[in-house]
Design a protein. Structure first.
Length: 289
């Protein structure tokens, strides 16, 4: 029988966040596949875990995944750990998990810390719906530029709360980029060094954040998570208003009808957007075939 692949979450800063189950799993598996063995050895030594490690990172994620799957098919059990947090979230573990599903190998998550979720719940932003984008592709080759343009286009229209990761040396560039796309008054919470000694959650705006980090005394340090408010109902209503200005009530109705909206619903939408009575819009609608 095949072995089991365990996705073991590790602390994102505070070692006390390591769970008993995570420690026991790392002790019991045959192999630990670590993103950076030099970093992970400190964690293993702290908890007196002697299991052999092998490196599994961004640059060997495909060929090493094949090797690890072969080990699993031979019956060995493997735990995957990342430098911090839950493997498979914005790291090469995703590739290995996909291969295991294709080969019918059991995958078991061992829950623990996730920076994105901890930042979101402590941010003061809306939490019911959110979109996780990880790191923006800021490299300068054509492929990354094209992908960045696509992502920014999606973020401009996003109504859910947005969660991004960012490194200190890229923070200001990312803030400038997003301020230009989303507006300097858009609300965001800058979460720094979550679970660590200098942990902080600053709810602010892009304009205020850029002014703050523009000072030499406040150069970015540490790891950041940006939790950004989605497009508000007021912004959507303003866009809708600008979209029908200059149109007659009949043209406004036809705009919705052409999109496949039922006439009754179109009447409600037009009345709400124009701030007029539904009866007035209905009198126009009855004459539209």
């Amino acid at each position: 029988m095949s072995g089991i692949l365990y996705l073991v979450a590790t602390p994102i800063g505070n070692l006390e966040d390591m769970t008993y189950r995570a420690v026991n799993t790392l002790r019991e598996v045959d192999i630990i596949a670590a993103e950076d063995t030099r970093n992970s050895i400190k964690l293993l030594n702290h908890f007196e875990i002697k299991t052999p490690m092998t490196s599994y990172h961004e640059f060997n994620r495909f060929e090493k995944a094949e090797y690890l799957v072969k080990c699993l098919e031979e019956g060995k059990s493997i735990a995957v750990i990342t430098d911090a947090g839950t493997p498979g979230i914005s790291d090469p573990g995703e590739v290995l998990v996909q291969m295991c599903h294709e080969r019918g190998i059991q995958v078991v998550p061992i829950p623990g810390a996730v920076a994105a979720v901890n930042a979101l719940v402590a941010s003061g932003q809306k939490t019911r719906r959110f979109a996780f984008e990880a790191f923006l592709p800021l490299d300068k080759d054509k492929k990354d530029k094209k992908e960045l343009e696509r992502i920014l286009g999606e973020l401009r229209e996003e109504t859910r709360t947005i969660v991004l990761y960012e490194a200190p040396h890229r923070l200001v560039k990312t803030l400038e980029l997003l301020a230009g796309e989303l507006g300097e008054t858009r609300s965001l919470t800058i979460c720094k060094e979550i679970t660590k000694k200098h942990e902080s959650f600053w709810k602010t705006t892009f304009g205020e954040a850029l002014e703050f980090f523009g000072s030499e005394d406040h150069s970015p340090r540490g790891e950041y998570v940006l939790v950004i408010a989605g497009k508000s109902e007021e912004e959507l209503e303003e866009e809708n208003r600008l979209g029908w200005e200059g149109l007659s009530i009949e043209e406004h109705l036809k705009k919705y009808l052409d999109q496949g909206v039922e006439k009754k619903e179109a009447v409600k939408l037009v009345a709400k957007e124009r701030g007029v009575r539904k009866q007035d819009v209905y009198l126009v609608a009855v004459n539209i075939n």
